[in-house]
Design a protein around this ligand. Structure first.
Ligand SMILES: NC(=O)c1ccc[n+]([C@@H]2O[C@H](COP(=O)([O-])OP(=O)(O)OC[C@H]3O[C@@H](n4cnc5c(N)ncnc54)[C@H](O)[C@@H]3O)[C@@H](O)[C@H]2O)c1
Length: 377
């Protein structure tokens, strides 16, 4: 016969077991989902595995680059201040043993051991880089100096994500890497254009004076999933407008490259021995009207097409000469435009649905100068 004390203990044990059982089940489910949640990652031996820093890695291009380098089996550290980037873009890697996410502003120095640095940190679309021009300048100048200083200290190779904007409103077509550009140094786009131009200058000063290995990619307009919904760029504007049945507002001509093609070009360039600047873009030229019509038909939208006044200093035409990338890297865009647009349209539809649930549907905004005190400095 059990004592009252023993019977009481047994009852407590039973209650505890009953309470713990569902928790055990949840832990088991969580363990299962954690071990299965990452995209497949190649195994690389210690000798081939690199420690790679991506500044701006939570942004549009940076997050796709993160995916590629992670899946290739490298150790990736993403540094981002989340000005235009989002944790959501890289959340699928959080917790992976090869991945680290650091909330850091590149304007502040960073001490970390790496073999390669992809330096992408900078707002890239006009409304974002014009939002706080001084901060854009600091990011591209002090931020680049900090990353070059880091590259020098740890002996890492640095790839700068430069831009076709360094050609300004070009007087020659297409633009090859030896064209010096036509930039208004005091216009509204100068914080970005001149910021990137001086960032290139800094790279070559560090290369010549300190022996730092540098790579410079001059990137032309790129599109794809994880683009910002309201960044005012051609493809995102048109897709959003078409999906929401609003007029497609047409301004200038642009050529566009799909992000997966760009990411392949960046990795090829980083691992090449070409230290001079290389254009990465799609030389296939479409008028903006052709673009608007194509997106309208892919979305099956009844939106009207409206013509707007030009923005100040907005280049009329820009088209890359990619002979250098073709010859020296064996690189050229391979994804057909329609295929890339269809994928991007699907992404934007999902985003609209997601945001509608939060009762927030962003509308494309025209670039504007911010008044008053900057929030982001
Ligand atoms: N997307 C394009 O069409 C294009 C064209 C030419 C050049 N580029 C260059 O490629 C790079 C990436 O562009 P994107 O389109 O992915 O832009 P994006 O705005 O999506 O990404 C930039 C990232 O940098 C981060 N960032 C900005 N300032 C920072 C700072 N001070 N410290 C740390 N992180 C900071 C942002 O939060 C964001 O995650 C940029 O350098 C841009 O100039 C892009």
């Amino acid at each position: 016969m059990r004592s009252i004390q023993e019977q009481g203990d047994l009852k407590i044990e039973q209650i505890v077991e009953e309470a713990v059982a569902p928790l055990k089940e949840k832990i088991h489910d969580l363990e299962q989902s954690v071990s299965q949640k990452y995209p497949p990652v190649k195994f690389l031996s210690e000798k081939d595995r690199k420690r790679i820093l991506i500044t701006g890695g939570a942004g549009f291009v940076g997050s796709h680059l993160t995916d590629k380098l992670m899946m290739d089996g490298h150790e990736v550290t993403v540094v981002d201040n989340f000005f235009t980037g989002r944790k959501r873009n890289v959340e699928h890697w959080i917790g992976h043993e090869n991945f680290e996410l650091i909330n850091h502003d590149v304007v502040e120095p960073l001490y970390i051991e790496v073999d390669q640095i992809y330096h992408l940190a900078s707002p890239a679309s006009p409304p974002n880089y014009m939002y706080n021009p001084i901060k854009t300048l600091k990011t591209n100048t002090i931020g680049t100096l900090n990353m070059l200083g880091l590259a020098k200290r740890v002996g890492a190779r640095l790839l700068l994500a430069s831009t076709s904007e360094i050609y300004g409103d070009p007087e020659v077509h297409p633009q090859s890497e030896d064209y010096w550009g036509h930039v208004n140094p005091i216009g509204p786009r100068a914080c970005y254009d001149e910021g990137k131009r001086v960032a290139e200058t800094m790279c070559y000063a560090y290369m010549k004076q300190e022996g730092v290995e540098v790579r410079v990619a001059r990137i032309f307009n790129t599109f794809g999933s994880r683009m910002h919904m309201n960044d005012g760029r051609v493809v995102s504007n048109f897709i959003l407008q078409a999906l929401q049945g609003e007029p497609l507002t047409v301004r200038m001509t642009r050529v566009c490259l799909l992000c997966s093609d760009l990411v392949n070009g960046l990795v090829l360039l980083m691992n090449s021995n070409i230290s001079s600047p290389v254009n990465l873009g799609n030389p296939e030229e479409h008028t903006i009207l052709e673009f608007a019509r194509l997106i309208k038909s892919l979305v099956v939208s009844h939106s009207q097409i409206q013509f707007l006044a030009e923005a100040q200093d907005d280049p009329q035409r820009r088209r890359p000469d990619i002979r250098k990338a073709k010859m020296l890297l064996g690189w050229e865009p391979v994804v057909p435009l329609e295929e890339g647009l269809n994928k991007t349209i699907q992404y934007f539809s999902r985003e609209l649905e997601h945001q509608a649930n939060n009762q927030y549907i962003p509308k494309p905004k025209a670039a504007r100068m911010k008044k008053g005190r900057p929030r982001h400095n």
